[in-house]
Design a protein around this ligand. Structure first.
Ligand code: AMP
Length: 285
């Protein structure tokens, strides 16, 4: 596995691979790799000939109340996991290499950043969009792997690629969960034992909504939302931030559930903020 801190070297290596007729994949991460990232890299390595991972703790995507300096950094363990999962190249660029010293250009995302995580994490979505645009520009034509775990981010990246005419095919990867349903996240490590026991309630509340849509043919988003809120309220340690029923591309609540929707929720367990989502398809048993 080749490890480089030079974006130009990644571009050169991927150009060579493409010239040799290889299919190239990129999985952007912020490091602190876990089983979710490993699964995404394994999928990428199975579907592509050359699998590249980027590890960059993006300062632009931290909201005003979020601590960039406290973000866990574990490069050696990350590289071992990336290699074990099948990565061929890892880019670990410096802030300077990715952002320059006095940036004046950024990518602004309209409507899709006005809902869900957007208002709660000011600057976050534009920060993600700006750095993803740079990474995809450095990588060149590729298959780009993003987790469904961060569903709004996946939707934004799809729109970004389509509207900015970036030469990437965006691939959504399924969310990897603990046996009790909790989605893997670096944030899970901050939970106390009691909080860890409470945390899967976020996922279970989504499942309550999904059951209503898929098994009881509920078609009213408000009814589904109420079921998610009620389920979440049963766990005293979970302080729900939002639970929403939205169209999978618009991220807006439809007047009625007539096709596939996404159920998304966020909440705090103690001081740890968790997000999760599931698909719900009416008509499926
Ligand atoms: P991050 O390092 O948090 O920026 O995440 C890098 C990528 O991994 C993003 O595309 C995430 O959506 C994805 N990811 C995070 N958690 C999971 C998970 N539990 N299962 C699958 N993918 C995930």
């Amino acid at each position: 596995m080749i490890v480089t801190d030079q974006p130009e070297e990644l571009r050169h290596l991927l150009d060579e691979a493409r010239h040799a007729g290889k299919r190239v994949g990129l999985h952007p991460t912020m490091g602190a790799l876990h089983g979710g990232h490993r699964s995404n890299v394994r999928q990428m390595a199975a579907e592509c000939d050359t699998a590249a991972v980027s590890i960059f703790v993006n300062p632009l995507q931290f909201g005003p109340s979020e601590d960039f300096d406290a973000y866990p950094r574990s490069l050696e363990a990350d590289l071992a996991q990336a290699e074990e999962a099948g990565a061929h190249i890892v880019l670990v660029p410096s802030n300077r290499a990715m952002l320059g010293c006095d940036p004046v250009v950024s990518v602004h995302v309209g409507r899709l950043s006005e809902v869900l995580e957007g208002p709660r994490r000011p600057g976050h979505i534009d920060g993600v969009a700006t750095v993803v645009t740079k990474l995809l520009s450095v990588a060149g034509p590729c298959w780009a792997y993003f987790g469904e775990k961060d569903f709004q981010q996946l939707v934004v990246v799809r729109r970004l690629v389509s509207e900015l005419l970036l030469p990437a095919v965006v691939v959504g990867c399924p969310t990897v969960r603990e046996p009790d349903g909790l989605a893997l996240s670096r944030r899970n490590a901050s939970l106390s034992d009691d909080e860890r026991r409470a945390a899967p309630a976020l996922y279970w509340s989504l499942l309550a909504g999904k059951r209503l849509v898929e098994e009881q043919s509920a078609r009213g988003p408000e009814q589904v939302r109420a079921a998610m809120l009620a389920a979440a309220a049963r766990e005293a340690l979970l302080e729900l931030d939002y639970a929403e029923v939205v169209g999978p591309e618009t991220l807006r609540t439809p007047p009625a559930i007539t096709g596939e929707v996404r159920l998304l929720a966020a909440g705090r367990v103690g001081r740890t903020r968790l997000i999760d989502n599931v698909v719900a398809s009416p008509g499926e048993a």
